[in-house]
Design a binder for this molecule. Structure first.
Ligand SMILES: Nc1ncnc2c1ncn2[C@@H]1O[C@H](COP(=O)(O)OP(=O)(O)O)[C@@H](O)[C@H]1O
Ligand code: SF4
Ligand SMILES: [Mg+2]
Length: 333
């Protein structure tokens, strides 16, 4: 990538020990069980763009997001913001300053909004915590302004979260993220719990705010259709790894990985331009004992011996032997 990148993620890994307690293991003769939730993920995000991570539930998207915002420590690998390494024990001033610029928005805003606080207190909290504005009056003016920005009414500031709909609550979560003067927002399935029409409104709002404030987004979704109009670039995750990474329109028009093709074929309104549909088949395997070689091989119509033995590397934006060998039928149309 030639442009200067804002976020750098390099060879990020996270394992979880999901073994039974020691005594059970002894009695039942079981080995220690290690789950690789994120298994060597690398990508970069340019300032002002929307990078999407897409994949079925369990592919490691949330774990990656939590490591990127500093909620979870990586087992291996690094995260940089504006070139500054963010992983490590000592919390120096520069790291703290950059960390403040990162906010996370979750699928369920109700869980992330304190139910006992009025909206005014919820939105004012980061303003006070980061000492962005002083004085009750000025803070109140700023809260009203933020509510208007996200399409709510200043009078809403006196209400409690339960008095709002799901979409409105997500607007409150966005207002709170903006209150901290965030420049990078990690959105983990922000619209997955909402009705389709409300989803579109929230996505439009997020795009408007991005244009207005030059925000950078990491947008996570299990649904490719949702990221279609948001993402400049997309990384497709499968069992902890990125299997394809491409510009948004490129990925939709010329998917290279059979898994990406399968996800696209599950989206009802995509143009197929003569490509044969890859039917959705099988389920994501148990991540504790993943298949050998390419972990997608039990579900892949193009799998062969090499696929079952050798892990494909991400080369030219795709991690697939058949794609590298030029033996995928879709590439011939
Ligand atoms: N704290 C944890 N302890 C054990 N396993 C976990 C933990 N968090 C996530 N996992 C496992 O890691 C894998 C990836 O999970 P997650 O990152 O939530 O995926 P996604 O967000 O793509 O659905 C899943 O198999 C999940 O069960
Ligand atoms: S490497 Fe083989 S099994 Fe994996 S996606 Fe490509 S063709 Fe399918
Ligand atoms: Mg998740």
């Amino acid at each position: 990538m030639t442009e200067e990148h804002y976020l750098g993620v390099k060879n990020l890994r996270r394992v979880f020990d999901v073994s039974k307690p020691w005594l059970n293991r002894i009695l039942e003769g079981e080995k220690r069980q290690i789950l690789k939730a994120v298994d060597g993920v690398s990508f970069e995000i340019v300032r002002g763009e929307t990078f999407a991570l897409v994949g079925e539930s369990g592919s490691g998207k949330s774990t990656a997001a939590r490591m990127i915002v500093g909620l979870l420590s990586p087992s291996e690998g690094g995260v940089t913001i504006s070139g500054v390494p963010m992983v490590g024990r000592e919390a120096n001033d520069e790291r703290r300053r950059l960390r403040r610029k990162i906010q996370m928005i979750f699928q369920d805003p109700y869980a992330s909004l304190n139910p006992r606080w009025r909206v005014s207190e919820i939105i004012a909290e980061p303003i006070r915590a980061f000492d962005i504005i002083r004085g009750q009056r000025d803070i109140r003016i700023r809260v009203d302004e933020l509510l208007s920005l996200v399409g709510l009414h200043p009078a809403d500031s006196a209400k409690f979260p339960h008095e709002f709909s799901g979409g409105q609550r997500q607007r409150i979560a966005i207002a709170r993220a903006l209150a901290s003067n965030a420049e990078f927002i990690v959105c983990d399935e922000p619209t997955s719990a909402l009705d389709v029409s409300v989803q579109a409104q929230i996505l439009n709002l997020m795009r408007d705010l991005q244009d207005q404030f030059g925000l950078t987004y990491l947008f996570i979704s299990h649904n490719l259709a949702v990221v279609r109009h948001m993402a400049t670039r997309i990384g497709v995750m499968y069992l902890g790894r990125i299997v394809e990474i491409a510009e948004g329109h490129e990925l939709f028009n010329r998917p290279k990985h059979p898994y990406t093709q399968m996800l696209l074929d599950a989206v009802p309104d995509t143009d197929m331009i003569g490509r044969q549909r890859v039917p959705v088949r099988g389920e994501i395997p148990n991540p504790i004992s993943p298949p050998t070689g390419c972990t997608f091989n039990p579900r892949c119509p193009f799998a062969n011996e090499r696929c079952r033995a050798e892990v494909p590397l991400l080369v030219n934006g795709v991690a697939c032997h058949a794609s590298h060998e030029g033996r995928l039928p879709s590439l011939m149309v």
